[in-house]
Design a protein around this ligand. Structure first.
Ligand SMILES: Cc1cc2nc3c(=O)[nH]c(=O)nc-3n(C[C@H](O)[C@H](O)[C@H](O)COP(=O)(O)OP(=O)(O)OC[C@H]3O[C@@H](n4cnc5c(N)ncnc54)[C@H](O)[C@@H]3O)c2cc1C
Length: 525
């Protein structure tokens, strides 16, 4: 991945005339995009890795697998949130891990952690580096040295059990590679977050990721069957049966642990046969409230689409503008997408049931084209953010989840918090929202915020994010449905799990990581 933006250079596209026109009209923004710096010109904080530390790490992973190279450090300087990318655009010294270490397997990870604990080196587990909550910040904590522990060499499919429907991956396997490896067995994981192309299996588990097909395949934490974990205190293997009454489920301590307790080195996940058929459908609802009632009816009836999402009026309008009017101008109000995967017979029944419910709730069928176009372009949106940032437009997302009964109130309060805080800074935003993940009892809300940047966009977004986070917590929703806590959401964790809850997590960390080398400052302090 490139160091100061999303993805690969080939994915970067200039903004269309249509979007440029919209930006001029709504925000008065025109002009040329900033020219980004060449990687080689970026000054990096000098590496604090001592020769003795280098020798110690080389003794574990081999000479070619400890790097203090400028590029290797720079591309692991942090994650991919908008503040991360804005910081990369600042002049002056960039911080970065002092070295990047590439272990080959579980035993090497265990030995690196033991070495680091004995030699006061902080460790940041690094999967795909797509964190949007500060999860891979090279925070040294109270140590002089921090390494990024890059898990890309843990890239194997260790085992497939087609009878039970499970597969065991090394933590560093990326989303596309996992699907490729499973395809050879006629299987699929079905986990497609927007960061799919770059994020890793270990990262998905460590952050409780949720993919766009979560209505059908479930969240990633639901898919996890077994975990192999290396910690500074030793290793663990958890999850011996599909279900167990052997006390509290300790796997739950590690999914979502964000590298603060140890490193997930192998993850066994539930897999499914590759779908025989996929049916795409798009729907239009007169407004968001009507659409939300319709989605709830579908989920609560168990009609089980694979993808089920609803854009609000603002997002529907922008998507039409972006795509040159997907679906040929027929969408007004709010666009909903459903897809169904499985065998033809199984799909037919579910499609019929969902169709009846969506129509009864006020939906109008739009055919398959808008849904197919959404699926086709779904991994490209992050590149659009880069082009907007380059032009002086602030663009960031945030997410939460709540019960169906509180959904409208949470949406209204978060939208108001974002609108008021940015308008108060002289930069009225456009706030868009969609329901991205659904459950029988509630749903997630995913907000996209676009505004003109001030002279200090980091402070500008910091104020807006604080207002939104406070609004989420005050409304009783979760501070994060799938992005995780990292550093950015830590201020709200106590409100969510209570003082005692935070003390429980600290106690677990003390046991597994007594010296405190694991990902300092992430999840808990
Ligand atoms: C454009 C964009 C779109 C996104 N879309 C989605 C989405 O649709 N759904 C979603 O859930 N998330 C999404 N995210 C967030 C992010 O991609 C997820 O959190 C993802 O799971 C991170 O995986 P990763 O391999 O990149 O982990 P990293 O970013 O490398 O790490 C994330 C955290 O996990 C820790 N970690 C990583 N690997 C391990 C391991 N093996 N053991 C222990 N700790 C580890 C890291 O230290 C860090 O704290 C998006 C991010 C971006 C930038």
């Amino acid at each position: 991945m490139v160091w100061d933006a999303w993805g690969i250079p080939a994915g970067h596209q200039p903004l269309s005339a249509q979007i440029r026109g919209l930006l001029a009209q709504v925000f008065g923004i025109s002009g040329d995009p900033v020219v980004r710096r060449d990687e080689g010109d970026v000054p990096l904080r000098e590496s604090a890795l001592t020769p003795a530390q280098r020798d110690g790490l080389v003794a574990v992973v081999g000479v070619g697998n400890v790097s203090t190279d400028h590029h290797d450090r720079l591309v692991r300087a942090g994650g991919k949130s908008t503040p991360d990318l804005l910081r990369r655009r600042l002049d002056g010294l960039q911080d970065a891990p002092d070295a990047v270490v590439f272990p080959a397997d579980h035993e090497q990870v265990l030995a690196v952690l033991a070495y680091c604990a004995d030699n006061a080196v902080a460790v940041v587990p690094f999967g795909g580096g797509t964190s949007v909550v500060g999860g891979v910040e090279p925070d040294r904590g109270r140590f002089a040295t921090v390494i990024a522990l890059d898990l890309r060499r843990l890239d194997r499919l260790h085992a497939v059990d087609p009878v039970s429907g499970t597969a065991t991956f090394g933590a560093g396997v990326t989303g596309p590679r996992a699907e490729e490896l499973l395809a050879a067995h006629g299987l699929s994981l079905g986990h497609f977050p927007q960061s799919f192309e770059f994020a890793s299996i270990g990262g998905f588990a460590a952050t409780r990721s949720s993919g766009q097909a979560s209505a059908g395949y479930g969240r990633f934490d639901d898919m996890v069957q077994r975990l192999r974990i290396a910690t500074p205190s030793g290793d663990l293997e958890l999850g011996h049966a599909p279900a167990s009454a052997a006390g509290p489920d300790l796997r739950e301590l590690f999914v979502g642990s964000e590298g603060a307790f140890g490193v997930l080195t192998e993850v066994t996940v539930r897999v499914r046969p590759r779908p025989e058929t996929v049916v795409h459908q798009a729907w239009s609802f007169p407004d968001f409230a009507t659409g939300a009632v319709a989605l709830r009816a579908v989920v609560q009836a168990g009609a089980a689409p694979t993808v089920l999402r609803l854009s609000d009026e603002a997002e529907t309008g922008l998507n039409l503008a972006r795509s040159g009017d997907i679906g040929g101008g027929s969408v007004q109000g709010c666009l909903a997408i459903t897809t169904f995967e499985g065998t033809r017979a199984h799909i037919e029944r579910r499609v019929a049931e969902a169709e009846a419910l969506l129509l009864a709730a006020g939906g109008a069928a739009l055919g398959s084209a808008p849904a197919e176009q959404w699926e086709h372009g779904r991994f490209a949106a992050p590149y659009l953010r880069d082009a907007l940032l380059d032009l002086g437009v602030l663009c960031e997302t945030l997410e939460t989840a709540t019960s169906w009964s509180a959904l409208a109130e949470v949406k209204a309060k978060v939208t108001a918090a974002l609108t008021d805080s940015l308008s108060g800074q002289g930069t009225p935003p456009v706030v868009m929202c969609h329901i991205s993940h659904t459950y029988p009892t509630g749903a997630s809300l995913y907000f996209t915020v676009v505004a003109k940047q001030t002279d200090d966009p980091l402070t500008q977004w910091g104020i807006a994010k604080r207002a939104a986070g406070d609004a989420i917590v005050a409304a009783g929703a979760t501070i994060t449905h799938h992005h995780a806590v990292g550093t950015d959401h830590r201020p709200w964790l106590t409100a969510e799990i209570g003082e005692l809850g935070v003390r429980v997590l600290r106690a677990v960390k003390r046991e597994l990581d007594p010296v405190g080398i694991m990902n300092p400052g992430k999840l808990i302090r």
